[in-house]
Design a protein around this ligand. Sequence first.
Ligand SMILES: [Zn+2]
Ligand SMILES: [Zn+2]
Length: 177
Amino acid sequence: MAHVIEPASSARAKCRGCGDPIAAGELRFGERLPNPFADGEMTHWFHLDCAAFKRPAPFLETLEAREAPLDGGERLGEEARRGVAHRRLPRIDGADRAPSGRAQCRSCRETIEKGAWRISLVFYEDGRFAPSGFIHVRCSQAYFETTDVLDRVRRFSRDLSDEDLRALQAELDGSTS
Ligand SMILES: [Zn+2]
Ligand SMILES: [Zn+2]
């Protein structure tokens, strides 16, 4: 079966992208995958934004095949296309300040000092997102080949304050130089 975009029939499914429930009636993306435990297929559900950010290729394919117009479809398509063009962008899983000075940046290989802003990464493999380390926010340009990452970061770290977002933007602006 093809992937789908359809209203959630209940509020039971959790989004694979962010872990939060998908409200009943809200449009959601269903990615069909072969079931590794049985014959047939299984469906992984996502909020549309989470799908555009974290599963850009199957989401885009479904969006483009869709005939009915979709609210915000243009913006979602744009984000998904960026994720296909910059293949590391879908790894973004949010941002926080390093709680210790132990992790190493996957981009520059230097230690991420305690209190420094870092972006968390997940790798997608076999239908699962696995936590896969961090990069300095200032290494965004080198790692993602773009610094236009704040919408993704916000999506997966919804508790960031306006002040946090300004601090992140300032580091991202410094990242291009
Ligand atoms: Zn989600
Ligand atoms: Zn770094």
